[in-house]
Design a binder for this molecule. Structure first.
Ligand code: AMP
Length: 452
């Protein structure tokens, strides 16, 4: 049977998951790049997005990070580019510097058997290197909006020849207040182009941008956006606010971990946790928007190499970071937005490895936790750490709905959600005593981890 005759078979749902990259019409050098990256089978988003991107159609794809979405656009884009040209032909917008750097690295990896030149353009570092690379000539620009605009103003980047425009993590980009600048950048690109949107969630604001940026887009949804990665065991640990750090230390002491990513709602909180963990002799890296680019690079590299066993991060800084082998995620603070819960715990259990995610929950977080459980459609098992000297947990008064789940940080650039003390945890009065395990009306009997 010829390959052509096999294709319809391979395209049927039953066989699609086993269809290797070869059948996707990627160019030979790109296929070699994929092979060198060690990928054998495409992920579902790759299977569905690659043919659309190759066809030249516009696309809105909703897929979480960790699903392989970078290769889903990088591979067909590199195939379409072919060889190095005289001007940038692809522009990818990313909400954070970390993502821009990561996507650039992926492009370099996949393009290693071509002469295509990708370049990450982001702030927080000097202009010199990026400027000299631009002068040498690049094909793919992976940029955060701020630095891109700087180079557009000086004329060092022109979008005149852009053929493919990609907005990655669009939901987060809009959440960070980038909408006006993103619209301006889109308007500067040629009208005749291919436009791709990748986003974990597709809220109505995105539909509004899509309507002027995209032409008759194909839509792809992979997985359920609200779903928690099945390879992650997650649990909540109820605790009184003043015992949070003590419980964190006890959890670290009692858990066998390789590497732990700890989430704080605020930059200030992240620094404080890191300081205290260092005092307790843990090797700790910190990642948040106030750190310099060099500090961030050092933190990530040190965490990846195992120099640091623990990394403390805020949501935006950690969004999309790809570190293999994170064995545990600990939410020191309950995330304010339910979708961040899914993103945070998606940092562990990536690529089918099994990971654990713990969330410390104080009575003040009861409503946030309920929102998360409603969002993911499941109750998160509740655990108690054996041998920990729990202080009585006191129920907190309900927060009015209008104070819950608000998106902080709209309009902040490279910022974070809520400033120090804005996380709504500190100093909330506790009025009503409740028996242990009974205060949290979100249920859960204790124990009951999801089976591996
Ligand atoms: P992403 O969603 O693009 O951040 O990718 C998540 C992780 O999955 C990265 O470490 C990728 O290198 C890895 N990955 C992506 N596609 C594949 C594939 N087809 N086979 C194996 N690993 C993959």
């Amino acid at each position: 049977m010829t390959l052509r005759a096999l294709l319809p078979l391979a395209q049927s749902a039953r066989f699609s998951l086993f269809m290797p990259f070869k059948a996707l019409n990627l160019s030979e050098p790109v296929l070699r790049g994929v092979q060198a990256a060690g990928y054998s089978d495409p992920t579902p988003i790759q299977l569905r997005a690659i043919p659309v991107v190759l066809s030249g159609r516009d696309l809105i794809a909703s897929a979480q990070t960790g699903t392989g979405k970078t290769a889903a656009f990088a591979l067909p884009v590199l195939t379409r580019l072919g060889a190095h040209g005289r001007a940038p032909r692809v522009l990818i917008l990313e909400p954070t510097r970390e993502l821009a750097a990561q996507v650039e690295t992926a492009f370099r990896d996949f393009a290693r058997f071509t002469d295509i030149r990708p370049l990450a353009v982001f702030g927080g570092v000097g202009y010199g290197l990026q400027r000299s690379e631009l002068k040498r000539g690049v094909d793919v620009i992976v940029a955060t909006p701020g630095r891109l605009v700087d180079f557009l103003k000086t004329g060092e980047i022109s979008l005149r020849d852009i053929q493919i425009l990609i907005l990655d993590e669009v939901d987060r980009m809009l959440d960070m207040g980038f909408l006006p600048v993103v619209k301006d950048i889109i308007a500067r690109c040629p009208k005749e182009r291919q436009t791709l949107f990748f986003s974990a969630t597709v809220p109505p604001e995105i539909a509004a941008v899509a309507s002027f940026a995209l032409r008759n887009p194909e839509r792809i949804e992979v997985g359920i956006n609200r779903s928690v990665n099945a390879s992650v065991n997650h649990a909540v640990y109820p605790v009184a606010h003043h015992q949070k750090f003590e419980l964190l230390e006890a959890l670290l002491a009692k858990t066998e971990f390789d590497s732990v990513l700890i989430f704080s709602r605020t930059k200030h909180g992240a620094d404080k946790i890191a300081r205290r963990l260092k005092t307790a002799n843990h090797s700790v890296a910190v990642l948040h928007a106030n750190r310099s680019q060099n500090q961030r690079i050092e933190a990530l590299a040190g965490f990846k190499s195992g120099k640091y066993e623990v990394m403390v991060a805020t949501d935006i800084a950690a969004r999309g970071i790809d570190v293999a082998g994170i064995s545990h995620v600990i939410n020191y603070d309950v995330p304010e937005n339910p979708e961040d819960y899914v993103h945070r715990i998606g940092r562990t259990g990536r690529a089918q490895a099994v990971g654990d995610a713990f969330t410390l929950v104080t009575p003040e977080n009861a409503s946030d936790l309920r929102d998360i459980q409603r969002f993911i459609g499941q109750k998160i098992p509740e655990l108690k750490l054996e041998g920990f000297n729990y202080a009585p947990i006191v129920a907190a008064p309900e927060r009015p709905p209008e104070q819950r789940g608000q998106r902080g940080g709209g309009g902040q650039r490279g910022g974070y959600r809520g400033g120090p003390g804005s996380g709504g945890q500190q100093g909330r009065g506790s009025q009503q005593r409740a028996s242990e395990g009974g205060w949290n009306r979100f249920g859960g009997e204790g124990g009951g981890r999801r089976g591996r």
